[in-house]
Design a protein around this ligand. Structure first.
Ligand SMILES: [Zn+2]
Length: 446
């Protein structure tokens, strides 16, 4: 029943879903864009097919009544629904606060098998469904899954009689670019659906549901240059990283380790790179809200439990390839890193409901100390001292933009009131260039 759907949405909205409240505050981006064209020619199907449909329906129905042992054979419905999506795959370009969204359009096909069918309601909704793997109350479906209505189309208003044949209802919507992209993480998932429900005057219900995948592609900007220091040593690492990386494919990384040599009056101590490892850590967060029935478990309505999961989505030891120059006092290294697809990396995302996915590149080096007299630098001896240098960098994992062009740059405006600027988005601004400044140096003995 659509009533039940609505009531469950209404229950969810005030307590937990910030998506919904954000959506509600935003002025509509466009007036509901729905062109109600006259149903496509219902005469296009021959009288013969009408008769065939009637016969089929009748025979299936009677078989159902006469043979109770095969309840799986349902009588044919008075109408069926299908959909033809006309817009390209949905990709939001750039970060949520800078994205102009994506146009989504298609035709909802309603195939009436009867000579006439009177419809009382015919609606379609775009829904965001967040499913947590750690519900507040185990086995409670209401705690595990929360639905938010993103958009609603009134396909038909009031009671409308439809003739036999296929009726096409075009629909379109500019999906706002601040919405988080579809994400399937280790502790929570976000999926979007289209759900159409039509109810005839006799109470027969027709439904259609379809998953829609929303992706985000952040355009690469300039390379990122970061410097890390490792007190108490004089060592400094200058690292060049790509501005964004992708779940599939590797990326280059350049690093210069400086300050490896310390000269005294008659001797020199210097660091030699012994070991180099990298790993990409994915941090997923999700807030599990409680359903009204279980809200006392988390201390009241509107509260939830924050879950965090940190796991490695790619790692390797760089075995060789660095160049040591003791005269200049530098070690230069270039290597390629990548996410491991088998470890199911997710793209960066952040949802107002607390769900997010972020990434860090962790570089770990082991350096060993050597001592040499200035007169015989070639005769260096390991002192036995060694250190572990550990540092991390924020990485943005996003889909490839490819040849993607956002809808507002692609074509002249099709609507009367295209906003002059991208839709505004009031929220905490995520600084995608902000690097974690923590480095770590640990003593170790070789
Ligand atoms: Zn519950």
């Amino acid at each position: 029943m659509p009533g039940r759907l609505l009531s469950s949405l209404a229950r969810v909205a005030p307590s937990s879903s910030k998506i919904d409240s954000l959506h509600a505050q935003d002025p509509p981006l466009f007036p509901p864009h729905y062109s109600r064209e006259p149903p496509s020619n219902p005469q296009s199907r021959s009288q013969e097919s009408l008769v065939m449909d009637k016969l089929k329906r009748h025979s299936l129905g009677s078989r159902h009544h006469s043979d109770k042992k095969s309840p799986k054979v349902e009588p044919q419905k008075a109408a069926t629904m299908n959909m033809q999506v006309e817009s390209p795959p949905i990709v939001f370009y750039n970060a949520p606060q800078a994205s102009s969204g994506a146009l989504f359009s298609g035709q909802l096909k309603f195939d009436v098998k009867e000579p006439h069918l009177t419809m009382d309601t015919f609606e379609m909704r775009m829904l965001a469904v967040v499913t947590t793997k750690k519900p507040v109350a185990p086995h409670c479906p209401e705690c595990a899954s929360h639905t938010t209505e993103i958009h609603k189309w009134d396909i038909l208003k009031g009671s409308v009689s439809l003739r036999h044949g296929v009726h096409s209802f075009p629909f379109s919507h500019l999906i706002p670019g601040h919405l988080p992209a579809t994400s399937h993480g280790a502790i929570a998932s976000l999926d979007y659906y289209l759900s159409a429900v039509a109810i005839s005057s006799t109470g027969e219900k027709f439904t259609y549901k379809r998953n829609i995948d929303i992706k985000r592609a952040i355009f690469p900007g300039n390379e990122k240059h970061s410097i890390r220091i490792f007190p108490p040593t004089n060592l400094t690492a200058a690292v060049t990283l790509p501005p964004v990386i992708h779940p599939i494919g590797d990326f280059p990384l350049e690093m210069r380790l400086s300050g490896i040599v310390t000269n005294k009056s008659d001797s020199q101590t210097r660091w030699r790179l012994r070991k180099l490892n990298w790993r990409i850590e994915e941090t997923q967060k999700s807030v599990s809200p409680a359903c009204p029935k279980h809200s006392q478990k988390v201390g009241g309505e509107g509260k939830g439990v924050l879950h965090e999961d940190v796991h490695v989505i790619g790692s390797e030891e760089v075995k060789s390839g660095w160049k040591t120059d003791f005269e200049a006092g530098n070690i230069d290294v270039e290597f390629r890193a990548a996410c491991n697809m088998a470890l199911k990396p997710t793209c960066d995302m952040e949802s107002p409901n607390g769900m997010e996915s972020k990434h860090n590149l962790v570089i770990e080096m082991v350096v060993a100390e050597e001592w040499a007299p200035l007169r015989k630098l070639s005769q260096a001896t390991p002192t036995g001292a060694a250190r572990v240098l550990r540092t991390q960098f924020h990485l943005v994992v996003t889909e490839r933009a490819g040849l993607g062009i956002s809808w507002d740059e692609e074509q002249p405006p099709m609507y009367e009131d295209v906003p002059a600027s991208p839709p505004t988005y009031v929220a905490d601004i995520v600084d995608y260039n902000m690097d974690q400044l923590d480095t770590e140096v640990a003593d170790m003995a070789l």
